[in-house]
Write a protein that binds this ligand. Structure first.
Ligand SMILES: NC(=O)c1ccc[n+]([C@@H]2O[C@H](COP(=O)([O-])OP(=O)(O)OC[C@H]3O[C@@H](n4cnc5c(N)ncnc54)[C@H](OP(=O)(O)O)[C@@H]3O)[C@@H](O)[C@H]2O)c1
Length: 338
């Protein structure tokens, strides 16, 4: 059995990792840590009563390291980078859910995250954990930079058209709506039920920290430096991200041809589902799963492609994708536990 440790076990992504890994046939959860007083994990999460007898506490990294072969860092950015080197030096594999190792240009990271990177020498060692793009590198890596939630939906949605040079790279508009768990468990006034219920608002228009990540990966796919317009919204639901992406076509194709482009691009990819013509994705169909559902509509007379993606922000957007990466790193069936 593979022994795993989870740092940040008291957060939303940490809780989702526990939920999945508990049912993983090849994994034993060996250590749980968070910045809290020592307590039984079943007290922290009453749904775990009778299912997992472990304590969650503010353990030292050394203690987690001793007990685990693979460590998930479900920690805020700026915190993950403080722990990853210690585990890597001890020969452990690390899957980081924060942004600390996702951006290959350290200057870009430092500008957007407003912090000095503490271990930039590890950025080049990290593999961006989008299995559909980097599976072979993930197999050999000790450090996975698990993708952000918005970037996962945006990148998977745009890549096939960009790879085939079918879409203009200067005018992409990605309009994304996220459930509130995307903001994490830390309380904030703007995230209170009374502030959010029956309300729907955009925020950080072309200023969200996930933009450099989307731009980095889509620039790689398209072979030219591009910048998307990214408009995130907060919707009063617990989880899920629906992205509607507007792309101007370089060459007129119809919906059937576009669907073929997408099906060919994601051939053999179990977790990316291309929906049939006329079917739109829905967050409820991907809730608590690792699936990304993609729907496509083409308006040839307007040279317009509308691509819609649905993921669970804690699923394919975080913890489930992290487990998919773990499966690849340790040679398990990629779908194991998912
Ligand atoms: N939520 C999502 O949909 C989502 C999607 C993709 C990626 N991510 C990323 O995944 C990471 C975790 O997100 P989350 O939503 O689970 O956040 P969260 O709910 O706020 O949880 C953060 C966790 O980190 C722990 N922590 C915070 N500061 C710490 C420190 N200095 N030392 C040790 N532990 C510390 C917290 O412990 P305490 O509770 O004790 O403070 C908590 O367990 C973040 O980097 C986030 O950007 C989240």
């Amino acid at each position: 059995m593979l022994k795993v440790g989870i740092m940040g076990a008291s957060g939303y992504a940490g809780e989702e990792l526990i939920r999945i890994l508990l049912n993983h046939p090849k994994v034993k959860i060996a250590s749980l840590a968070a910045k809290i007083e020592k307590m039984a994990v079943s007290k922290l999460y009453p749904w775990l009563k009778g299912m997992l007898e472990l304590e969650c506490s503010d353990k030292s990294a050394e203690e987690i390291c001793k007990k685990s072969d693979c460590i998930f860092l479900a920690l805020p950015h700026k915190v993950s980078m403080q722990f990853a080197p210690l585990f890597l030096k001890a020969g452990k594999k690390v899957i980081d859910l924060s942004a600390d190792f996702r951006i290959r240009d350290v200057g870009v990271y430092e500008k957007w995250y407003e912090v000095k990177h503490e271990c930039p020498e590890y950025i080049n060692k990290a593999v961006y954990g989008l299995p559909e793009f980097y599976r072979e590198k993930i197999k050999k890596s000790d450090l996975i930079a698990n993708p952000g939630c918005y970037p996962t939906g945006a990148i998977l949605g745009c890549a096939p058209l960009l790879k085939k040079k079918l879409a203009d790279t200067k005018s992409i508009i990605c309009d994304s709506k996220s459930g509130v768990s995307g903001a994490g468990r830390v309380p904030a006034q703007g995230l209170m039920f009374t502030e959010l219920q029956n309300s729907f608002r955009p925020y950080k228009i072309n200023a969200h920290r996930h933009m450099p990540e989307i731009n980095q990966e889509l620039s790689c796919v398209s072979g030219e430096k591009l910048e998307v317009n990214f408009i995130p919204h907060l919707v009063p639901m617990e989880r899920g991200i629906l992205s509607t992406i507007y792309l101007k076509l370089n060459k007129i194709i119809n919906t059937k041809e576009a669907l073929k482009v997408y099906k060919d691009f994601y051939k053999g990819e179990y977790f990316v589902r291309i929906l049939e013509e006329g079917v739109c994705p829905d967050t409820k169909n991907v809730a608590r799963t690792n699936f990304c559902d993609i729907g496509i509509r083409i308006f040839p007379d307007r040279s317009l492609a509308i691509v819609m993606t649905a993921i669970d922000n804690l699923g394919k957007g975080a913890s489930h994708q992290a487990v998919q990466n773990m499966n690849i790193m340790f040679g398990f069936d990629e779908k194991e536990g998912l």
